[in-house]
Design a protein around this ligand. Structure first.
Ligand code: FES
Ligand code: FES
Length: 169
């Protein structure tokens, strides 16, 4: 057994867990965070994507014990008191969701990209979600949703910079 200390969605949690427990099972079964989906269980579909220390990773391929003293964000952790994350809102506004099974992983891969690179090129977006498979859609609406999220995020940043410039005048 392993004494795990892990930060999930901004909350530190301590649990005794089996050494071989996958992060995916820890999130879904121990914490009840069932927004993280299991598709292939082999690192091929991206349905289990979470953000670990700022990087999108397949939680089916990582042991919970490997995340000791690290920060994990799941789809449940994106919404704040201000509402949905811009990436979630863009997917919603753009009608990019059909059955929804792939969407938590798609959103988290997109979120990790935009956190690191708020103005990605089309190729960078395609690369970021290339590990996330969707059986329902063509990928056009997903790609345009990430672009829309990028526009929302960068316009918010520009507004904040304008306000701080005015405050400094
Ligand atoms: Fe992890 Fe498919 S369930 S990549
Ligand atoms: Fe159904 Fe992507 S919306 S798998």
């Amino acid at each position: 057994m392993f004494n795990l200390k892990i930060n999930v969605n901004s909350e530190w949690i301590e649990r005794e867990i089996p050494d071989g427990l996958r992060l995916l099972d820890f999130l879904r079964n121990d914490l009840g965070l069932t927004g993280t989906k299991e598709g292939c269980g082999e690192g091929e579909c991206g349905a289990c994507t979470v953000i670990l220390e700022g990087r999108a990773v397949d939680s089916c391929l990582i042991l919970a014990a490997q995340c000791h003293e690290k920060h994990v964000i799941t789809i449940e952790g994106l919404e704040s008191e201000d509402g949905l994350d811009p990436v979630q809102q863009a997917f919603l506004d753009n009608g990019a969701v059909q059955c929804g099974f792939c969407i938590p992983g798609m959103v988290l891969s997109s979120k990790a990209l935009l956190d690191a690179n708020p103005k990605p090129s089309d190729d960078e977006i395609k690369d970021a979600v290339s590990g996330n498979l969707c059986r329902c859609t063509g990928y056009d609406k997903i790609l345009s949703s990430v672009k829309l999220a990028s526009e929302i995020i960068t316009s918010e940043t520009d507004e904040e910079e304008d306000q701080s410039d005015k405050a400094g005048e």
